[in-house]
Design a protein around this ligand. Structure first.
Ligand code: 4G0
Length: 285
């Protein structure tokens, strides 16, 4: 898969491409990375790429002529590419978008901006605006590199043989379950017994329960209606015995975790009261 970056700072891209997994992918010929610098398409002595905004306001705006000339050149080189402009106001990236990109069979042109953004007219040469999250950075290069990295993981051969991006927790739509490696006991903290049992069905069930539990507490917005209903409401009657056991176990896990959180909150509150009392004593001599 080919990735072309339209950027005023190609060194930033080249530097990132010379590291670990992405570099290996490039060396294996699985990924091709190149850059086009809009500054090469300026004609004045100062090689001007930006200017002050019409209507006033702080900051500079990227001029349309060099940007569009660079995008045109990029499209000549990758005629089958999707042209994506990295902007804070774009559609927010998530794993399902990454998967769609990875499987669409197209190459990618990332248009990276700086300053206060692009002249609006360049978007006539762009397929979509994309953001990696609700924050503003000094340039679109890091966001574009993040998008490339996320896509590249899906190209067969980029990750190790035994790892598959398709099996990522996020591709299941849930948060990841806890992982452990040797030693079995570390500073008094034990690896859960079930993971050492060798019972693969039990392990799979434990992992799914842990993923569901973590998602329920931290990102309930990721759960489907059905998953939420199963977790929160008493179980419906028609269900296989093993299935019923799974959800009952999960519900009791969640109840235990909730009780632990509540107990901790109580401890924290009483600590705080003690501290306030101690400070008052101090003040009153
Ligand atoms: C375009 C993307 C590009 C417009 C780019 C800034 C964050 C992201 C840039 C602006 C970026 C992101 C309007 C400030 C360059 N920062 N969240 N900075 N404006 O993906």
């Amino acid at each position: 898969m080919k990735f072309l970056f339209v950027t005023l700072f190609p060194e930033q891209i080249e530097q990132a491409a010379n590291h670990s997994i992405i570099q290996r992918a490039v060396n294996k010929g699985l990924v091709e990375i190149s850059c086009i610098n809009p500054r090469e398409f300026t004609h004045d002595v100062h090689r001007t790429v930006d200017d002050t905004p019409f209507g006033g306001g702080a900051g500079m705006v990227l001029k349309p002529e060099p940007m569009v000339a660079a995008i045109r050149k990029a499209k000549e080189q990758l005629p089958n590419a999707r042209v994506i402009a990295m902007c804070p106001g774009g559609r927010t990236l998530k794993q399902s978008i990454v998967e769609e990109y990875a499987h669409c069979g197209q190459d990618f042109i990332f248009v990276c901006g700086h300053y206060e953004g692009f002249d609006e007219r360049i978007f006539n040469w762009v397929d979509e605006k994309l953001s990696i999250g609700d924050y503003v950075l000094t340039g679109g290069e890091m966001p574009a590199l993040i998008v490339m990295d996320a896509i590249a993981r899906f190209i067969p051969g980029v990750l190790g043989k035994l790892v598959s991006a398709e099996e990522d927790s996020f591709s299941t739509g849930l948060l990841e379950y806890p992982q452990y490696t040797r030693p079995v006991s570390f500073e008094g903290l034990e690896v859960p017994e079930v993971l050492r049992s060798g019972n693969h069905a039990l392990i799979a069930s434990w992992r799914l329960q842990e993923s569901l539990k973590a998602t329920y507490f931290l990102r309930p917005d990721l759960l489907t209606e059905e998953q939420l209903r199963f977790i929160e409401k008493p179980l419906p009657y028609k269900m296989k015995k093993s299935q019923r056991k799974f959800w009952e176990e999960l519900r009791s896990k969640i109840a235990a975790a909730k009780a632990e959180l509540a107990a901790q909150a109580e401890v924290d509150a009483s600590k705080e009261l003690q501290e306030i009392a101690a400070k008052e004593d101090e003040m009153n001599g």
